[in-house]
Ligand binder design. Structure first.
Ligand code: GLN
Length: 306
């Protein structure tokens, strides 16, 4: 790796670390609160294969909604364009778990990265794959190169016991005709998917296919076409941070995706993928320090996709 990048990341980490964290842990999934709130790590993987990390970048955390990009990639890989009749590609301008726009748009979620959209993607995968839960896991194992990567039963069970808004979302969409399978089965897969655990290094490796024209870095294997990768990146830029997607594009300027576990993955096509983790979230459900760190990295590197 360009030593310049190591320095930029190290400086951004050291600059951001002492900043007062105004965020709060996500407690609506009780198990997510059992984490050290001061954890903070970052890892960058360049498309030339070199990588650099600092802080708690090797400690695993719950990737939560970051997994929605991977389930979308699997759906696009197997089902192509058909999925866009069931989900739109517009920013929602609402919170990640909002029910608001489903009534207006007749059960068609605004995009695949809000909870409602990801729940419909789970329904689509269940309809088209023999064992969606297992095949999704194998897909992510292949992408990440981690053969024993797994769902966390602890996290999934915790959300299964408390995820009433998601139950409401899934049933509401079912009532509007856009969920084809049993809502309980769809939700079960959705909660499992959100429970995947990875560290920053693994996340930045896993997402590198999206910075590399849809092909895995390690062996060049095509996961999705370059045009499909471009579209997923476009969706991450416009919808990856819920009602803060505009702010993320404005301040960081990269496609990315956050999760309520405090992780964020962002990428610069043909250049790098970067994953950051700091568990305390701002009011929009995005990592407070994670966003600050990424803003510092892109400001200091002076590289912009714009
Ligand atoms: N599993 C979480 C939920 O459905 C994911 C939300 C998120 O990471 N934004 O509420």
């Amino acid at each position: 790796m360009d030593s310049n990048y190591n320095e930029i990341i190290e400086n951004a980490y050291n600059f951001t670390k002492p900043i007062k964290d105004k965020g709060k842990l996500a407690t609506y999934i009780p198990e997510l609160a059992n984490v050290n709130p001061s954890n903070f790590g970052v890892h960058m993987t360049k498309v030339d294969g070199t990588s650099f990390g600092i802080g708690d970048h090797l400690e695993k955390f719950s990737i939560q909604s970051i997994s929605k990009v991977l389930s979308l990639a699997l759906a696009v890989k197997f089902l192509g364009e058909d999925i866009w009749t069931r989900i739109d590609v517009e920013p929602s301008g609402t919170k990640f778990d909002s029910l608001l726009l489903l009534e207006t748009y007749n059960g068609i979620p605004r995009n695949p990265f809000v909870n409602s959209g990801a729940i419909v993607i789970c329904d689509i995968l269940i309809s088209h794959l023999e064992n969606a839960r297992q095949e999704f896991l194998e897909f992510v194992r292949d992408l990440s190169g981690i053969p024993d990567l797994n769902y966390s039963d602890k996290i999934a069970d915790s959300e299964k016991a408390t995820g009433f808004r998601n139950v409401a979302l899934c049933n509401f969409i079912k009532s509007l005709g856009n969920i084809k399978n049993d809502p309980a089965v769809v939700l079960d897969f959705y909660f499992d998917m959100c429970s995947l655990e990875m560290n920053c290094q693994q996340l930045s490796h896993t997402f590198s296919f999206l910075a590399n024209g849809g092909c895995k870095l390690k062996d060049g294997k095509e996961i999705i076409t370059s045009s499909q990768a471009k579209r997923i990146n476009a969706l991450m830029l416009t919808c990856g941070f819920y009602d803060e997607s505009g702010e993320f594009a404005f301040k960081v300027g990269l496609p990315g995706k956050s999760g309520v576990g405090g992780g964020i993955v962002a990428l610069y096509p043909n250049n790098f993928t970067i994953a950051v983790w700091s568990p305390k979230l701002n009011a929009n459900g995005n990592s407070y320090k994670g966003m600050k760190l990424l803003e510092t990295v892109t400001t200091h590197s002076e590289m912009s996709i714009f």
